[in-house]
Design a protein around this ligand. Structure first.
Ligand code: SF4
Length: 334
């Protein structure tokens, strides 16, 4: 494998495939599986074997708060082990905030967890793209309540706003809506899995420009923060981060980028499981592996191939755009 392949310093535990929502752009197959605590602890051990002194344990899914006890226990165990090993351990969790209560915020404060909330803007757009699976749930109201709770508690967080081709022209408006409810740390993103036309891409950039212009002074002094320049690696469709499924199998994130579309082939690289992989330092993956994985998984699906190539080229342009805008992005979340 290439000497430029990256060594993993983070690991994401997919603690469940359950979710109360069915976001239109979510590629993850939902199911009932919950990661057992023993699997989460093995995942923490694998990560803590990394040669780097700084590692990060990530919690995702599905909705990780639907398996919060495992998240809490695994983080306590990992913190104890990291201390004994003299490692600097961080935590990160991506959540829809529907179940975010004071107990979660207390845990996040105690463990220094960076929270990523997914909220797409005003009620109409949020509920249209992030529809409820659980009966009676108002996704906008539930997520907004969780985000507001985190704002009141001063929990380190940022809000990821995902624009889709059909609502990208309201991205700046949706940003302002979140700004009005008090959000100051953002990540502006785009839906993957479908083809963006040249006009839609153009709208994405002009909408982001609008945000950068309107909030130039606040971005400059750090009162508003966009994490795009630092924390988003583009193109996101080729995300080669290492994930653990609830059953303990290890995967590159890119394997799941089109997961709700049945694949036509086998994934070419089998990472193994938490029982077979003993040394995280032996794993090396690059964007090439991610690309080749997706090409092989969807051989014979021209629609997926078209979306993949489109999302790669759009993502590269998004990455260039934010790098070029770096000076205007101000301070980014720690
Ligand atoms: S909240 Fe997250 S996991 Fe659930 S459907 Fe939406 S994007 Fe997928």
């Amino acid at each position: 494998m290439s000497s430029r392949a990256s060594l993993k310093a983070n690991l994401q535990l997919f603690v469940t495939r359950r979710c109360q929502l069915r976001c239109r752009y979510c590629p993850i197959l939902k199911g009932d599986s919950l990661m057992p605590l023993a699997t989460a602890l093995k995942g923490a051990d694998l990560l803590l074997g990394h040669q780097s002194g700084r590692v990060r344990l990530d919690f995702g899914g599905g909705e990780p708060l639907m398996n919060f006890e495992v998240v809490r226990e695994a983080s306590a165990y990992a913190a104890r082990r990291a201390k004994a090993l003299g490692k600097d351990l961080g935590f990160y969790m991506v959540t829809n905030a529907v179940l975010l209560d004071d107990a979660v915020l207390e845990w996040a404060a105690k463990r220094g967890v960076l929270l990523e909330f997914s909220m797409d803007g005003a009620r109409e757009d949020h509920n249209r793209y992030k529809s409820a699976y659980d009966r009676g749930l108002d996704p906008y109201a539930a997520t907004r309540a969780g985000v507001e709770r985190a704002l009141r508690a001063g929990s380190p967080h940022f809000v990821i706003v995902v624009a889709s081709p059909s609502n990208v022209r309201r991205l700046a408006e949706n940003f302002e809506h979140l700004y009005e409810i008090g959000v100051r740390r953002f990540d502006l993103s785009y839906a993957i899995g479908g083809v963006w036309s040249a006009d839609e891409e153009k709208s994405f950039f002009s909408q982001v420009e609008l945000v950068l212009t309107r909030h130039a002074r606040e971005l400059d002094c750090g009162a508003v923060q966009l994490g795009n320049a630092r924390q988003r690696l583009e193109p996101t469709v080729l995300n080669s981060e290492l994930m653990v499924d609830p059953d303990g199998s290890l995967h590159q994130m890119s394997e799941w980028m089109f997961e709700t579309t049945p694949p036509t082939g086998e994934a070419p690289f089998h990472v193994g499981t938490l029982d077979t992989v003993k040394d995280i330092n032996s794993l090396r993956w690059s964007r090439f592996h991610s690309y080749y994985t997706l090409v092989r998984l969807y051989d014979g699906r021209p629609d997926v191939r078209a979306a993949l190539l489109n999302n790669i080229s759009f993502g590269l342009r998004v990455g260039r755009f934010f790098r070029a805008s770096g000076a205007r992005l101000g301070k980014v979340p720690a």
